[in-house]
Design a protein around this ligand. Structure first.
Ligand SMILES: Cc1cc2nc3c(=O)[nH]c(=O)nc-3n(C[C@H](O)[C@H](O)[C@H](O)COP(=O)(O)OP(=O)(O)OC[C@H]3O[C@@H](n4cnc5c(N)ncnc54)[C@H](O)[C@@H]3O)c2cc1C
Length: 395
């Protein structure tokens, strides 16, 4: 596929990251340290030391602390995503990439030194604690259902609640916790930074989920009387929802970027299969049913790249990109899942075997349709906006 690059520096970085992922990271995909709850921290350290040696660690953040533009980030993160282990290796993975962006934008100088710097150096991992258990009617698609509370006591904050699906909480050294500050009807929340592990932040279990790319897996966590000082407040008190917006659109988009890389790789593998495997006297690719699946994939991969580039351009223009990132997240997550599904189909039994990463890309892109907003929630938000705009036009 023809790729265009928004700048020379992004081309150079993307090419270096791609070369590193192909030459070094792919060999680790069958490593025994890749478990159902993600690669072990031992493997993460090993991969990162290889990335550091190759000069491709944290490629989206420049030595002066500034970030590539979103359009530049898109091509670099796509290159890192060519293997599910690539983002882990080069430190472009979720949730750290979004957390680094948020800390860089709203952290105090002290917080940046203490919490952000080790993340940028690839020496630490972080977690974002927002979702709560459905069984307790906590926050999920509807963040206003937040039940975790932060109350002021003797000049400190006391935080209590239960969180669910917290990616990377196990093994993280930094946590960003969203807690309600004020009465439920007031709809106010605050973000807090906490060192991890912490005796008041207990991992109750790692949930067995369909996906397996993220170190630490996804944890159910009990926060039991976590005491924090004002220095741990990230941003302003009561402005948690507004601050979380800073992370929201770029983090949604960066998932699209990385998984586009993974789906690109799945298409390469399926193409390799269909152009070498024969049946009924010809190569599989020469059967129209198979060739057309690969053709549809090529079309949808290109559509995804264009949509990501468009949304990234909106963010680069300084706009919030809330609507654009919703549209992009729905379109890209659903297209990538269709692409992965076709790759599985093209490869027959090999498609569902763990012998290649195609099977994993299928599982990962299924989960992606849920996190960072299920498709229906984005469609619902878009429909509300369409209605608002239509009514405003008539007023
Ligand atoms: C792999 C994975 C990693 C995650 N990592 C994190 C993390 O690191 N930190 C974190 O805080 N959370 C994380 N989450 C949680 C994720 O953000 C939530 O699962 C998601 O927001 C949906 O919330 P819920 O699971 O409570 O679903 P619910 O809110 O119970 O929704 C269930 C379904 O109802 C439908 N629905 C809901 N609202 C509407 C609506 N308005 N209109 C139409 N349909 C609707 C949708 O189909 C939705 O899928 C992760 C989840 C997964 C699967």
């Amino acid at each position: 596929m023809t790729s265009t690059f928004p700048s020379e520096r992004s081309r150079a970085l993307a090419e270096r990251v791609e070369a590193f992922v192909r030459s070094t990271v792919l060999a680790y995909e069958r490593d025994a340290r890749c478990g159902p709850h993600g690669p072990s921290d031992d493997l993460v350290r090993e991969l990162r030391s290889r990335a550091r040696e190759a000069g491709v660690l944290t490629p989206h953040i420049l030595p002066d602390g500034s970030h590539l533009t979103q359009r530049e980030t898109a091509v670099v993160l796509r290159a890192s995503g060519l293997s599910p282990l690539g983002p882990v290796a080069v430190n472009t993975m979720a949730p750290d990439e979004g957390n680094m962006l948020l800390l860089g934008r709203i952290g105090t100088p002290l917080q940046k030194e203490r919490f952000l710097a080790p993340l940028v150096r690839g020496e630490a991992r972080s977690a974002f604690f927002m979702t709560e258990p459905a069984g307790q009617q906590g926050a999920g698609s509807d963040p206003s259902m937040l039940r975790t509370t932060a109350t002021r006591e003797g000049g400190r904050w006391r935080i209590s609640g239960r969180k669910m699906f917290i990616t990377g909480a196990q093994g993280a050294t930094v946590g960003i916790v969203m807690a309600r500050t004020g009465a439920p009807e007031a709809g106010r929340a605050t973000l807090f930074l906490t060192e991890l592990p912490h005796p008041a932040v207990r991992i109750e279990r790692i949930v067995d989920t369909i996906d397996s790319a993220m170190p630490g897996g996804h944890a159910q966590v009990l926060i039991d009387d976590l005491l924090l000082s004002d220095e741990h407040v990230l941003g302003e008190v009561d402005e948690g929802f507004r601050h979380a917006q800073v992370r929201l659109a770029p983090a949604r988009l960066s998932h699209c970027m990385r998984w586009l890389g993974a789906a690109t790789r799945a298409q390469e593998i399926a193409t390799g299969y269909a152009t070498t495997r024969s049946g009924f006297g010809k190569l599989l690719v020469d059967h129209e049913g198979v060739g057309f699946m690969l053709a549809d994939n090529a079309i949808e991969l290109q559509q995804c790249a264009l949509m990501i580039d468009w949304c990234a351009g909106v963010l680069d223009a300084g706009l919030p990109g809330t609507t654009e990132s919703s549209m992009t997240k729905v379109a890209v997550s659903e297209a990538l899942f269709r692409i992965a599904d076709r790759c599985v189909q093209v490869m027959g039994g090999t498609g569902v075997a763990r012998d290649t990463v195609v099977e994993q890309v299928f599982r990962e892109t299924r989960a992606f349709r849920i996190y960072d907003g299920p498709s229906e929630v984005h469609r619902w938000a878009l429909a509300r906006k369409i209605k608002r705009d239509a009514l405003a036009l008539r007023a």
